[in-house]
Every structure is written in C-alpha cells, then in structure tokens.
Design a protein around this ligand. Structure first.
Ligand SMILES: [Zn+2]
Length: 302
C-alpha cells in the first residue's frame, strides 16, 4: 500500500505540465520538495508570457531536465520566438535549468535572447558555484556536476520588456529572500511572478535578510496583482502574503526574545517552535532560526 501511495507523487513530476493562468501567461508548478533524482529537480515554479512578437521565460527550474521540459512547453503552446529569459534569483532550484534553456534553440528566429537578472545575482552565484554544483550532483544523482550559467544582463531598478503589445515590468528589490531578488509583473493581466519573495505551502526560507523581507512586503502587496505566482507552491489569487508575513514576523519576534534572554544559539534553535501549516518545516525552520539569530544579534535593541 505504501508503494501505491507514493506513485502519484512520482507520476506528477512531469515538468512539461503548464496551465494558462491568464491569457498568454503559462505557469508550471513544481513539487514542494527538496531536489532528488526522483523529481529531477522539478521543485520550483517557472513560467512564460506570450506577447504578439515574442515570449519571455521566467525562471528555469532546478536541472537540465526542467530546462528541457520548459523548452518543450514553450514550443507546445506558441510558435513565437523567445526573446528574454528572466531569472528571479540565483538559487539552484530556479537557475540550473538555464543552461539547457539557453542552449536549446528556443530562440529560433532572428530575435536576440536577452538574459536578465538582478545586478547582484552573478556575484552571489559565483560565491557559491562549487557548493551548488556539488549539492546538485548529489541530490539529483548526476554522473558529474551540472553546468551553471548566469544571465549576462544586469538589472538595477526597473526594466520594461516589450513582447509586442505587452509589457513586462522587471523590478529589483532590496535584500529580502536573497540579496538579489527580482520580480516580473504583467500589467495586462495583473499577474506577478514573485520568485521566492513569496512562498506558499513551502516554508519560507531566509537567505537574505529577515527584517528586509518584512520591510519589502508592503510594497509587494501594493503592486495590486490579481494573481501571484510564488516561487514555490500554488498560484494565489488576490493577496497571498498573509501567512508568510505571519511566519516571518513570528520568527523575528521569537528570536528577538531568545536574544533578550541571552539564550545561546544552539538552544534557541530548539526553543523557537516550528509553526503548523507549512511543508518542509523540518528541513528549513532551524536554518531560518540560525539565520535570524545571526542577523538580529547585532541589531539595536528596541
Ligand atoms: Zn530561493
């Protein structure tokens, strides 16, 4: 019976599944899981937006397999060329498909493919490239370490991407989930690709700055999107930020209390309770407490 119950999870791993969540906006929802050979790195969301002239891809999944599946999905839904690939941040589960996407000729036609990311992405990825390659090889069960490439065009502030009759607004943010988060907004359908600035179902992961993330959230909410594609978990309609905000502010409060009472880090990791209602809590909550502790230890007392 156990084996039978596991089958649907594996069977649903096909990364080519996309749904059109708004006219011309296609999204693939990855599994809420850590990368493994079984899921082939299909553990984050990616999508593409089709304009009259060309297509923009947003994120690429966590492996060459997800990159190839993305390419197939684009070809299955449009014959327009890809003119831009946008990476929301440099974590491997969003970036490792890029080499396969960029190599695969989805840019057929005379348009040049722009590859864009936050101006700080390249440095952030460079600092971790050996670790990312080793980790991905082990998690995905690859024969050798995967190729990692980064977008060459650096965004600082806002950039408008014209897909023909449709403009996407790329926007960089101050340090939050990482120090190089970037969002993509389609004003035509009021759809926001939030990258990992928004987690749904999957416990949020702090790799940038907890207070920064909380500080950026009101502005993200005020974009007024009708639907938001998180980096992980299902698409949300309306305002989907409340649960994440509660987790992050609860984490900050609990860690500040531990610091006030001079609880050492190794005890704080045990003492700050993991919240209910999230997945992968056992993988990420202690890490978040550790990151928050290091960050908040040096803030001015209030
Ligand atoms: Zn991430």
């Amino acid at each position: 019976m156990l084996v039978v119950s596991l089958l649907p999870t594996i069977a649903s791993a096909s990364p080519a599944d996309v749904s059109e969540v708004a006219p011309g906006v296609f999204v693939h929802i990855g599994q809420v899981a850590e990368a493994s050979a079984a899921n082939a790195g299909d553990t984050s969301n990616w999508g593409f937006v089709v304009g009259e002239r060309c297509v923009a891809v947003i994120d690429t999944g966590g492996s060459a397999a997800t990159g190839s599946a993305l390419r197939e999905a684009v070809r299955a839904h449009t014959d327009r060329p890809v003119c831009a690939i946008v990476i929301t941040h440099g974590h491997p589960d969003h970036l490792l498909g890029l080499a396969a996407v960029a190599e695969g000729g989805i840019a057929a036609g005379e348009l040049a493919v722009r590859q864009l990311a936050h101006q700080r992405l390249a440095a952030a990825v460079a600092a971790r490239t050996p670790a990312y390659r080793t980790l991905a090889q082990r998690q995905l069960g690859l024969a050798g370490p995967p190729q990692i490439i980064v977008p060459g065009e650096r965004v600082d502030g806002e950039v408008m991407l014209d897909l023909g009759g449709r403009q996407l607004r790329l926007q960089t943010w101050k340090t939050a989930h990482t120090d190089h988060d970037l969002t993509v907004y389609d004003s035509q359908t009021r759809t926001l690709f939030a990258g990992d600035l928004l987690f749904v179902t999957h416990l949020p992961v702090v790799d940038g700055n907890l207070s920064g993330w909380l500080a950026q959230t009101p502005a993200l909410r005020q974009l007024g999107s009708l639907r938001t594609i998180p980096g992980h978990g299902p698409v949300v309609k309306g305002d989907g930020w409340q649960a994440q905000t509660e987790y992050l502010s609860g984490l900050r409060h609990a860690v500040r209390e531990a610091l006030k009472q001079r609880v050492p880090l190794q005890h704080a990791v045990e003492a700050v309770p993991a919240p209910d209602g999230w997945q992968l809590t056992e993988v990420y909550h202690r890490r978040n407490v550790t990151a928050a502790y290091a960050e908040l230890e040096w803030e001015d007392g209030d």
